[in-house]
Ligand binder design. Structure first.
Ligand code: NAD
Ligand code: TDX
Length: 335
């Protein structure tokens, strides 16, 4: 089988490529990535010489290139996106361009080239926010209610995927997952930012009251779920993927990180809240479990330990990122 992975130099995409080639070494993967600030070929160093892997440096908004690249692949796994909510608040333009227009261009090419499966990787943020102190979770009946430019652009892309499935019979699947964490995550996101700041003896910036709740999914569990969707998922269906963290607030996550890294609460700094900050996410992935036999393998605490260890052991990787443009962004965001 030949897969086109878009955004494979980013956090989840690179974990997915490493996972896939280890499990299915006979398959071929083409990685199409623009190498934005978030794309990093170092993530794929261990397979750069693998004859079944190839990299194309390009933009999913480039129609001619996308047509050419999709002409001889069986499956598309679409990760490429602008992915950081705070950056979408600073400037929404690249989010609309890549997440909406880029997905449209890929879909057009997928129809034209009769792709056997188009899997679209999306987020639980398209469903908006749940109230604190409720037990409710996003489920298959929850209406779309995106509240940031990022989540609105992802919602638009989900709608486009469904429209192409209905109108052109494109064989699609979609997954909406919760907050990922793990190796190779860009240190603008909450968990890697907290860990790397602590190693650098810097404080952890906490938005607002810190009582926001996320559902945390380890990236390898996510990759396994996409694998099962590609193997056993029903065409036209949407699958929910989440973790085993049960309503942990950002402050509780920080306290766990501080404890595991032998630091105290003087390393916390309350900063200005994110505008329109979604209070709580929780996702009911029981249907995915029932239908595909998928489960997160371990609990949040075990995965947090593994993630901290990875960032301690791979300081060259993130120290090269936390320079130049990253520092400019950090200054602007946390001024
Ligand atoms: P990331 O920001 O780490 O990586 C995105 C990758 O896409 C980068 O390699 C970047 O260079 C590439 N890219 C961006 N624009 C491109 C373009 N126009 N053409 C080609 N490549 C382009 O993102 P991530 O965290 O790995 O997220 C991957 C996908 O998963 C995204 O679609 C995101 O919306 C979704 N998702 C992420 C999370 C999460 O917690 N990280 C949760 C739910 C869903
Ligand atoms: O410095 C920070 N301080 C802080 O308190 C940052 C960066 C975040 N936070 C809070 C905001 C959120 O409540 O931590 C929580 C997690 O923030 P992010 O890591 O930015 O993730 P989130 O906004 O929840 O979105 C993530 O999950 C869904 C991904 O970035 C999206 O790509 C994905 O779709």
């Amino acid at each position: 089988m030949k897969l086109l992975v878009t955004g494979g130099a980013g956090f989840i995409g690179s974990n997915f490529i490493l996972y896939w080639l280890k499990k299915y070494p006979q398959d071929k993967i083409v990685n199409l990535d623009k190498l934005t600030y978030a794309g990093n070929l170092e993530n794929l160093k261990s397979i750069e010489k693998n004859p079944n892997f190839s990299f194309i440096h390009g933009d999913i908004c480039n129609q001619q290139l996308v047509n050419q690249v999709t002409s001889n692949v069986d499956v598309i796994v679409h990760f490429a996106a602008e992915s950081h909510v705070d950056r979408s608040i600073l400037d929404a333009a690249p989010f609309i361009k890549t997440n909406v227009e880029g997905t449209y261009i890929l879909l057009e090419a997928a129809v034209k080239n009769k792709i056997k499966r188009f899997h679209h990787v999306s987020t639980d943020e398209v469903f908006g926010a749940l109230p604190l102190n409720s037990r409710g979770k996003f489920n298959e009946k929850t209406p779309y209610n995106p509240r940031s430019p990022y989540s609105a652009s992802k919602a638009a892309s989900d709608h486009l995927v469904r429209a192409y499935a209905t109108t052109y019979n494109l064989p699609t699947t979609i997954s909406n997952c919760s907050n990922n964490f793990g190796p190779f995550q860009f240190p603008e996101k909450f968990i890697p930012l907290a860990i790397t700041n602590l190693i650098e003896e810097k404080k952890i910036p906490v938005y607002g009251d810190g009582l926001y709740v996320r559902d945390w999914l380890y990236v390898e569990d996510h990759c396994k779920a996409i694998d099962l969707i590609l193997q056993k998922g029903k065409i036209g269906k949407t699958y929910f993927i989440g973790g085993l963290a049960d309503d942990i607030s950002n402050m509780e996550v920080i306290k766990k990180i501080l404890k595991l890294m032998n630091k105290n609460e003087s390393n916390i700094e309350y900063v200005k809240d994110r505008p329109g900050h979604d209070r709580r996410y929780a996702i009911d992935w029981s249907k995915t479990q029932e239908e595909l036999g998928w489960n997160p393998q371990f609990g949040f605490d075990d995965y947090l330990k593994l993630t901290i260890k990875w960032f301690i052991n791979n300081q060259d990787w993130w120290k090269r990122i936390k320079t130049g443009k990253y520092l400019e962004y950090y200054k602007k965001q946390y001024a």
